[in-house]
Design a protein around this ligand. Structure first.
Ligand code: NAI
Length: 283
C-alpha cells in the first residue's frame, strides 16, 4: 500500500514535529487538534522551523512554501476520510485515546493504517477499540521529531507484517531509523530504560547523594549523554514521565516503578517543566 496522505491528530509538541517531518518528506498532511486555534499555533511553529532552514541556506523560500502548501489545518477527525495513515499524538490519556480511535475507525477509509505515538500504552488495547487491529501499530517518535532519528514501530497482538513493513517504510522516507518492537510491552525499549534511569536519578537526589545540577553533569560527562535526567524531564514534560511510572507500576506490579515523592510533589505544584516555566529547575 502506498502512503500519500498522513493525518496527524494532536498538534502539541510531538504532533507539530511529526507533521513537520511528514510534510518535509513529501507527504500531504492534515494536522488537527480539538480547536483550530491550537492548530494555527502549531502551523506557525512549523513555518518558523522552515524559516530557519531558509535562513541557514538549507532550503529555498520556494521549497518552504511547497512544504507548507502540503499542510492542511483542521479540527477534530471528521476530515480524516481520505488519509492513508493516521499518526495519533494527543496527550497521554488512555480513555481519550481510545475514544478517538473508535471515531477514527469509523471516519477513515477501510484500508487506512492507524498508529499511535503513545509513550507507554498498550498498542493491543488501543487497537481493540477499532475493527482493524491488523492495520494498527505503534509509531513512536522521539522529541523533537525533526531531530531525533529513532522511530519504534510497535506490533500489537493483531498487527500484520504488511502494516509493520509499510509503517517502517514511511519512517525511512521521513529520514528516520525504525526498529521493530516485537512484543507490545510497557514502555517498549527506550522508555523502559529511560524511566529506570529517571527514577534512580531522583532517588540519588532525594537521598542527598548529589545535587540536581551535579547529577545532570555526571550523566552528561560520565555517560556522554547530550542532556542530564532532570534537564531532559523538564524538556519533555515532567508529567509525561510521571504518567509513565504510574502506568509501569500498574502493569508490572513492581514497586521499583513507584513515582518517587519528589516527582509527585512537582506534579502537585504544577511544575511540569519548561512548558509551565518551571519543573526541576526554574526557567
Ligand atoms: P502535548 O501536551 O504537547 O500535546 C497534546 C495535544 O493533544 C494538545 O495540543 C491537546 O490539545 C491535544 N488533544 C488532547 N485531546 C485531544 C483530542 N481529543 N483530539 C485532538 N487533540 C487533542 O503532548 P505531547 O508531548 O505532544 O505528547 C503527545 C503524545 O506523544 C503523548 O501520547 C505522549 O506520551 C507522546 N510522546 C511524547 C514525547 C515527549 O517527549 N513529549 C515523546 C514521544 C511520545
Amino acid at each position: 500500500m502506498e502512503i500519500k496522505k498522513i493525518g496527524v491528530l494532536g498538534a502539541g509538541a510531538m504532533g507539530t514535529g511529526i507533521a513537520t517531518v511528514s510534510a518535509q518528506a513529501g507527504f500531504d498532511v492534515i494536522i488537527s487538534d480539538v480547536d483550530l486555534s491550537i492548530v494555527q499555533k502549531s502551523v506557525g511553529r512549523m513555518s518558523s522551523f522552515f524559516d530557519k532552514s531558509v535562513e541557514k541556506g538549507k532550503m529555498t523560500g520556494e521549497q518552504k512554501e511547497a512544504i507548507m502548501g502540503r499542510v492542511e489545518p483542521q479540527s477534530g477527525v471528521d476530515g480524516f476520510g481520505d488519509v492513508d495513515l493516521v499518526i495519533e499524538a494527543i496527550f497521554e490519556d488512555l480513555q481519550v485515546k481510545k475514544d478517538n480511535f473508535t471515531k477514527l475507525d469509523q471516519v477513515c477509509k477501510p484500508e487506512a493504517l492507524l498508529t499511535s505515538n503513545t509513550s507507554s500504552f498498550s498498542i493491543t488495547q488501543l487497537a481493540a477499540t477499532t475493527k482493524r487491529p491488523d492495520r494498527f501499530a505503534g509509531m513512536h517518535f522521539f522529541n523533537p521529531p525533526p531531530i531525533m532519528k529513532l522511530v519504534e514501530v510497535i506490533r500489537g497482538y493483531g498487527t500484520s507484517d504488511e502494516t509493520v513493513k509499510v509503517v517502517s517504510e514511511v519512517a525511512v522516507k521521513m529520514g528516520k531509523k525504525p526498529i521493530e518492537i516485537k512484543k507490545d510491552s510497557p514502555g517498549f525499549v527506550v522508555n523502559r530504560i529511560l524511566l529506570a534511569q529517571f527514577i534512580e536519578a531522583i532517588k540519588l537526589y532525594e537521598e542527598g547523594v548529589a545535587s540536581l545540577e551535579d547529577i545532570d553533569v555526571a550523566v552528561k560527562l560520565g555517560l556522554n549523554y547530550p542532556m542530564g535526567p532532570f534537564e531532559l524531564q523538564d524538556f519533555a514534560g515532567v508529567d509525561i514521565g510521571f504518567h509513565v511510572t504510574n502506568y509501569f507500576c500498574d502493569e508490572f506490579k513492581d514497586i521499583r516503578w513507584n513515582p518517587p515523592l519528589a516527582l509527585k510533589q512537582l506534579i502537585r505544584a504544577g511544575r511540569l517543566g519548561r512548558k509551565t516555566g518551571a519543573g526541576w529547575f526554574n526557567y
